[in-house]
Design a protein around this ligand. Structure first.
Ligand SMILES: [Zn+2]
Length: 162
């Protein structure tokens, strides 16, 4: 059989040829298959080397780049759609939801940066339950924390006593 020493772990006869294989490219939770790939795979460590006589490596890398691009565009358009649905300006969205730099949202929405996962999860939660925005506004103003602080340290209460 046509085997090679593994380029990664060095096992002799570790790499076995394959062709017509489908492998997936991944970005965050998303993935897509790339078909008809040829190369060698190590039976010991799992290392894969694509066959340079084919376009496998090129197609695999291109599909990975394309998936990244499509995901950034998708997340960006979702961030924008949800922000508008909640009637928030980018500036208000930063203040209420992300706390980052003032142009963070425009970079997320243009697909230049992936939104941080906690922010994206919060926005999708608000997409499903838009009425929770009122709670977000109250929590963001710190109403609950102010009350808690006053309860724990009543001696520092500035309210004049009667
Ligand atoms: Zn190996």
């Amino acid at each position: 059989m046509n085997t090679q020493p593994c380029v990664s772990c060095g096992t002799r006869e570790g790499m076995h040829p394959f062709k017509g294989r489908s492998l997936s490219v991944n970005y965050k939770q998303m993935s897509r298959p790339v078909h008809d790939l040829a190369g060698w795979e190590c039976t010991v460590c799992g290392e894969i080397e694509f066959d340079p006589a084919t376009d496998s490596a090129e197609r695999y890398v291109d599909q990975g780049d394309k998936l990244l691009d499509d995901c950034l565009q998708l997340m960006g358009s979702e961030v924008q759609r949800i922000r508008r649905k909640l009637h928030l300006t980018q500036k208000t969205a930063v203040k209420l939801l992300s706390g980052g730099g003032h142009n963070a949202f425009s970079r997320y929405e243009r697909g230049e940066l992936p939104p941080p996962q906690p922010l994206f999860t919060l926005m999708r939660l608000l997409d499903r339950h838009p009425h929770l925005l009122a709670d977000v506004q109250s929590l963001s103003a710190g109403d609950d924390l102010k009350q808690l602080l006053a309860t724990r340290h009543p001696e520092h209460q500035t309210t004049p006593s009667r």
